[in-house]
Design a binder for this molecule. Structure first.
Ligand SMILES: [Zn+2]
Length: 226
């Protein structure tokens, strides 16, 4: 039996646990967890010509264009850990346009599954409203997992506070915007038969088990169809 590549995208609103679940899925399938933000930072630090263009864009306070993001992704996917093995994308694609471009980069291969972490807005709002962040180093705590000394950061001694954009209204506004922006993307992958909705309520272990089972089912269905 040949080991097949696993090409995944995980979609989820802020507070859905997306980053944590991407780490779990990457470890399970032995594939790299590719976050757009990390990748752009790595490109800048690499000192490559592409990295210099990314740095210039960021320093000018401009959004990095789809052209540059796709170029960074193409380079990342050709590295040995991803080439032939697959990947899990975290935070990409964000738009239908980016998804179309990604398909071109991957052809003749294709995305195997797009897992959508489904969680009720009120659960996320409650979760984020509990969040507290170190004003100095950005380390995240919560009312249920506070620093050892309240409210002093365990790592840097900074003050741990509720960020202004973590209030209930601010969170509700961001989530509504996310839903509006993401609806065309989820519709696109649903039409392609690649969308895998996953119930994201419960513990990290419970969600990870559901997510992996759903992706496995989708990969198995693909093999039958092939
Ligand atoms: Zn700190």
């Amino acid at each position: 039996m040949t080991e097949r590549a696993v090409r995944l995208i995980v979609l989820g609103k802020q507070g859905s646990g997306k980053g944590t679940q991407c780490v779990r899925v990457a470890a399970h399938y032995g594939i790299p967890h590719i976050s757009t933000g990390d990748m752009l930072r790595a490109a800048v630090n690499s000192g490559s010509g592409l990295g210099a263009r990314v740095r210039a864009t960021m320093e000018a306070g401009e959004l990095v264009s789809d052209d540059i993001i796709l170029e960074v992704i193409r380079a990342r996917l050709s590295e040995p850990d991803a080439a032939g093995h697959g990947f899990v994308f975290d935070g990409f694609p964000r738009t239908v346009g980016q998804a179309d471009r990604l398909d071109e980069v991957l052809a003749p291969a294709a995305i195997d599954a797009v897992a959508s972490l489904e969680i009720p807005t009120e659960v996320v709002v409650a979760r984020i409203a509990q969040r507290r962040t170190c004003a100095s180093c950005g380390r995240v705590y919560s009312l249920t997992a506070p620093p050892r000394v309240q409210w002093v950061c365990d790592f840097c001694g900074g003050e741990v506070v509720q960020r202004a954009d973590d209030t209930e209204e601010a969170v509700a506004r961001r989530l509504a915007l996310y839903d509006t922006q993401t609806a065309p993307l989820t519709a696109r992958y649903r039409d392609l038969g690649a969308l895998v909705p996953v119930d994201a309520t419960g513990t990290v272990d419970e969600v990870a088990a559901r997510l992996i089972a759903a992706v496995d089912a989708r990969l198995a269905a693909d093999e039958v169809g092939a």
